[in-house]
Design a protein around this ligand. Structure first.
Ligand SMILES: [Zn+2]
Length: 391
């Protein structure tokens, strides 16, 4: 009990960047009176008793939480002006949830959110989010664009998997510190309507009440405040850019669908050969629906063009039986050239999502016909190509 209370310390809220850096260093100052918006209890970054060498040897190519945040802290120290750190909340077990905001100095007219690690075992998602963050810190971003990156939305689940790996144990882990699947905890499209829910009930489960967990609450509060235009939630595995709806078979309204597909094509184009494909998640298979997901929530509640990206096509290798049954390995391929290709091309795809310029309406009309366009207002000039198509 004494050890537990010693572990849970406070963070001063005066400067989030300083708080983050001191938390990474393991020296967490106890706060006397943090403002109510900042969680008062904080679990320090887990370092002991495992050495960096033990962590590096556990799964080569995948960084542990300590190394992930150390890499970010190193870049922040090198370029303190390029990034703004925000603590958006705390996990069930009082681990801080960190968001990193990047922008150039001009006012932003496009805000993009990228987050990973919502599912405990899907480590490649966090690797991709981290690589994107480091890349943007090194090379900057386009004018008028603001990007927010959350590398790890489920640090409690992640900590469990880290312990498993260091102990040489294999357990299937997905949920957060309360064993809730965070990606079935959001508020939009929670109700299973499909006939198949009676035959395959496991596919249609959600948490008991919407936004019941501190992690989903923190993400929702951020989304409510920032009103992101575009978003990507990183998962593993499958090799798809999924769009809403995930919880319904219905298609999106045509104009929205066109915008989603234009962004999906931009990401596919950044990939080269054998690109991931853009698909509606709720139409993945005739029986499959995912209820209470982040993409339905972000799109349904805030209009965000939100993608769920399944990174890699699985780490299962036909001639390595151990990879068939080891859950961790099926989500996270061995660090080979193929793994690096998937990671780096997903980063490229995310840059395309961030930077894609919207097509002018006239061009869209030429590509997709006129049905989805709003009718011209009275007295408006009819664009030339619309007039000519009418004849
Ligand atoms: Zn996932």
């Amino acid at each position: 009990m004494l050890i537990a209370s010693l572990l849970v310390l406070g963070l001063s809220a005066a400067n989030p960047t300083e708080d983050f850096l001191s938390w990474v260093d393991g020296a967490v100052p106890a706060s006397t009176s943090p403002p109510p918006s900042i969680p008062s209890r904080t679990r320090p970054l887990s370092q002991a008793p495992d050495s960096p060498e033990a962590r590096a040897a556990a799964v080569p190519g995948y960084r542990f939480e300590a190394e992930i945040y150390a890499a970010i802290a190193e870049r922040i120290r090198a370029h303190p002006d390029r990034i703004e750190v925000e603590r958006i909340g705390s996990s069930v077990q009082h681990r801080p949830l960190w968001a990193f905001h990047l922008s150039d100095s001009t006012p932003s007219d496009r805000r993009v959110l990228v987050f990973g690690g919502i599912h405990a075992m899907e480590w490649i998602a966090t690797e991709v989010a981290l690589e994107l963050l480091l890349d943007l810190m090194d090379h900057g971003i386009s004018e008028g664009v603001e990007v927010t990156i959350i590398p790890l939305l489920n640090p409690d689940g992640r900590a469990r998997v880290e312990r498993d790996l260091l102990a040489g144990e294999e357990h299937y882990r997905r949920g957060n510190g309360a064993n809730v699947d965070l990606n079935r905890d959001f508020a939009v499209n929670r109700e299973a309507r499909a006939f198949w829910r009676k035959i395959l009930p496991g596919y249609y489960q959600t948490s008991r009440t919407p936004l019941s967990q501190p992690e989903t609450q923190a993400l929702d509060a951020l989304a409510d405040r920032a009103r992101f235009h575009r978003a990507a939630s990183l998962h593993s595995f499958g090799g798809f850019f999924y769009v809403p709806w995930a919880g319904r078979f219905h298609r999106l309204p045509k104009a929205d669908r066109q915008e989603f597909w234009a962004l999906g094509r931009a990401m596919e184009g950044a990939w080269d050969t054998r690109a991931y494909r853009t698909r509606q998640l709720g139409r993945w298979a005739f029986f499959f629906r995912a209820h209470g997901t982040e993409i339905d929530h972000l799109y349904g509640r805030y209009g965000t063009r939100a993608f769920l990206i399944e990174v890699t096509r699985s780490g299962i290798q036909p001639f390595k039986p151990r990879t068939w049954k080891w859950g961790f390995r099926s989500y996270n391929p061995e660090r080979t050239r193929r793994y690096l290709k998937h990671r780096d091309r997903t980063v490229r795809a995310l840059r395309a999502l961030i930077e894609h310029e919207e097509q002018p309406v006239e061009r869209r009309a030429r590509l997709d016909g006129l049905d989805g366009l709003p009718p011209p207002l009275d007295g408006d000039e009819v664009p030339e190509n619309r007039a000519s198509r009418r004849r």
